[in-house]
Design a protein around this ligand. Structure first.
Ligand code: ADP
Ligand code: MG
Length: 298
């Protein structure tokens, strides 16, 4: 393609809300034959809502939610926001801005968070976070987790001082049209894969709903990037689509990193292309545009 064609291509992209950072990005995109999608915030709305809660010990709900919210208020994770929103419903309007102080807050990427609140050690996250801390997972918690996974929801465990005290089931609806996007990509001979930090059961339920056959679950940021490298080693030209800090290593190693416009600053910086409308159809727009630009003139 001539420099003019590339300029026209990037210009057209911009007019569709597809921000292409330079000619190289546009060129690489026409060879893409595999798209790796992050799940949360990419295939899903990224606006999760707590749909089910179970306290496993006898205690005041307000006491439970106060410790939980005090911990999660320190996290940027969409699941944390959902949990804090839910906790607020246990207080009167205007009465809810003051959570106790959390000390030694740590976020364990891909697993959850921990902090000390009111001299108790609070852990909130997935099963593997609890297992890492030698926690015993009660039978009833296990069955709630299994049920949540079947429903494509994310199950989250809460522990106070080495004891599992509660379970949340959190639902994050799919973005509209995801199934169609995956099917159109297939017709363009582009394979779709999902990578996620979420657990395998939930990930597989979501993948089934959208028509994705290959799923890598419970992946940390480095493992997401490793998966991209594996695909490249198998001869694929890979586009990675993601929204989070946890996607940025994969966005960087991919042949084309595509960030969701509504995603985090770090993902947007790491990407070659930004989908300003946060719309997955624009993955197709980008590939189409690049194919048109680079296949016309040879
Ligand atoms: P994804 O790849 O789907 O965006 P993440 O890697 O961000 O997911 O998170 C993976 C998992 O870690 C979540 O599904 C959740 O179980 C747990 N997790 C991460 N952060 C938090 C948090 N702040 N509170 C509770 N659980 C969390
Ligand atoms: Mg995400």
């Amino acid at each position: 393609a001539t420099p003019t064609a590339v300029m026209v291509g990037t210009g057209l992209g911009a007019s569709h809300g597809v921000l292409i950072k330079g000619g190289q990005a546009l060129e690489s995109t026409h060879k893409v034959n595999c798209v790796v999608f992050d799940k949360t915030g990419t295939l899903t709305m990224g606006k999760p809502v707590v749909v089910y809660t179970k306290l496993l010990k006898t205690m005041e709900p307000q006491h439970f939610y106060e410790l939980v919210a005090a911990t999660e208020v320190n996290s940027e994770h969409p699941l944390a926001k959902a949990i804090v929103e839910h906790a607020k419903t246990f207080w009167e309007e205007g009465d809810k801005s003051i959570w106790p102080e959390a000390r030694d807050f740590v976020s364990v990427p891909g697993h959850g968070v921990k902090a000390m609140v009111r001299h108790r050690e609070i852990l909130i996250g997935n099963k593997s976070l609890m297992l890492q801390h030698d926690m015993i997972i009660p039978e009833d918690a296990e069955s709630i987790l299994a049920q949540a996974e079947k429903l494509a929801q994310t199950g989250i465990l809460v522990s106070f001082d080495q004891e599992v005290t509660g379970v949340f089931a959190i639902s994050d609806p799919l973005k509209p049209g995801v199934r169609e996007v995956i099917s159109i990509l297939k017709s363009m001979e582009v394979m779709s894969i999902m990578v996620t930090g979420d657990n395998l059961g939930t990930a597989e339920s979501v993948a089934k709903e959208v028509g994705i056959e290959t799923v890598i679950a419970e992946a940390n940021p480095e493992q997401k990037a490793e998966k991209v490298k594996d695909l490249q080693a198998s001869g694929y030209t890979v586009a990675m689509v993601g929204d989070g800090i946890n996607d940025s290593p994969a966005l960087v190693v991919a042949d084309v990193g595509m960030a969701i416009g509504a995603g985090t600053e770090i993902a947007i910086e790491a990407a070659d292309i930004v989908l300003m409308k946060s719309n997955l159809e624009d993955v197709i727009t980008a590939i189409d545009l690049s194919r048109k630009t680079f296949r016309r003139i040879r």
